[in-house]
Design a protein around this ligand. Structure first.
Ligand code: NAD
Ligand code: ZN
Length: 342
């Protein structure tokens, strides 16, 4: 089969020819139909400090996908060849206290598909059946291939009741834009989105933002006055990974405000802890998705009309992956789909 892999330590990726993975007794073998490119894949492409520390080449990368089951291991129940499936990319240990209590997203030993083991940018992927997820076949394949990041957006946005609340989303990347649409659909009052990229802010506006602010040359405080907000934001969704955005969020929260942090910060991100203390803020870190409550919720959101298709901006055959990665690296795209069927 063909696959996109990191063949040796260093920048770049290669299209390789390799064996179809061996099916274990608890696994399903999936013929990949579509994948989408994640920021994590770009980190691996670029070979930054995180990738150098984490990735052991040779490795097939990629974890956002949809495909069809072609074979199931002898212990597998509930899946048969022909089933259309997504996959949860965090493979949990199943033995720690959190896993045993059903809080699998809190497993301390989870392993990442396309990060710690071979991934989905391949014609075939082998996955534990417990990580395969049946999907609604009426949902377009391109959208289904984005369920992993849509799950990040859903899990983050739905940490607290949004009805009537004023929401600040920092970062209008694909996940921030999807979270905007989810917040809108979930009954938020004002949704203000910040970024430093006007193209991305325009997309956030299309996804339902009340107002957008390019923080490179406008002030979030002025915007609050313009839309007649008096007491600050009730809920913050940090989706930029930029420490300046987090500091700005903390500065603009209402007393008692709640912040969910999805963006991955550089190691040295400093904040003014006294603002957290005196303004009685709650900060909550978010990693991945809930297994499988988030999958249930996001499917229901899409089935009830949530439209994330504006976030999908480009499509390429997988053989043209270099073009897709170049675009992702330029910041001039939303989600980019790779098609594995043609
Ligand atoms: P992205 O990089 O496409 O989007 C981040 C956006 O933040 C960009 O549009 C960028 O211009 C903007 N930004 C930069 N500086 C800013 C500032 N000062 N204020 C406001 N916005 C600013 O990323 P994405 O794919 O949308 O993902 C969002 C974040 O979530 C990333 O940090 C990603 O690494 C992280 N992530 C975390 C998890 C998790 O499980 N915790 C999972 C997926 C992604
Ligand atoms: Zn565990």
């Amino acid at each position: 089969m063909r696959a996109i892999a990191k063949t040796a330590a260093g920048p770049g990726l290669s299209l390789i020819e390799t064996a179809v993975p061996q099916l274990g007794i608890n696994d399903v073998l999936i013929r990949i139909k579509r994948t989408s490119i994640c920021g994590t894949d770009v980190h691996i492409y670029n070979w930054d400090a995180w990738a150098e520390k984490t990735i052991k080449a040779p490795l097939i990368i990629g974890h956002e996908f949809v495909g069809e089951i072609v074979e199931v291991g002898q212990n597998v129940q509930g899946f048969v060849p022909g089933d259309l499936v997504d996959g949860e990319g965090h493979i949990v240990c199943g033995q720690c206290r959190n896993c045993l209590a059903g809080r699998r997203h809190l497993c301390k030993a989870s392993r990442g598909v396309g990060v710690n083991r071979d991934g989905a940018f391949a014609e075939y992927l082998c996955l534990p059946a417990s990580n395969a997820v049946h999907v609604d076949k009426s949902i377009p394949l391109d959208v289904l291939s984005c369920f992993d990041p849509l799950g990040n957006a859903t899990h983050t946005a739905l940490q607290w009741d949004l009805v009537g609340e004023d929401i600040l989303i920092t970062g209008a990347g694909p996940i921030g834009c999807m979270a905007t649409a989810i917040a809108r659909k979930s009954g938020a009052r004002n949704i203000v989105v910040t970024d430093v990229n006007d193209q991305r802010l325009a997309l956030a506006a299309r996804m339902g933002a009340t107002a957008t602010v390019n923080v490179a040359h406008a002030s979030l405080r002025d915007m609050q006055q313009q839309i007649k907000m008096k007491e600050g934001f009730d809920i913050g969704l940090e989706m930029s990974g930029n420490p300046a955005a987090l500091r700005e969020m903390i500065d603009n929260m209402a007393h008692g405000g709640r912040i969910a942090l999805l963006g991955i910060m550089p190691e040295s991100a400093a904040i003014d802890w006294n603002k957290v203390v005196f303004n009685m803020l709650t900060l909550r870190g978010i990693y991945g998705r809930e297994m499988y409550e988030t999958w249930y919720k996001m499917t229901a959101l899409i089935q009830s009309g949530l439209d994330i298709t504006p976030v999908i901006t480009h499509r390429f055959p997988f053989t043209a992956f270099e073009e897709g990665f170049d675009l992702m690296r330029s910041g001039r795209s939303g989600k980019i789909i790779l098609d594995w069927e043609n």
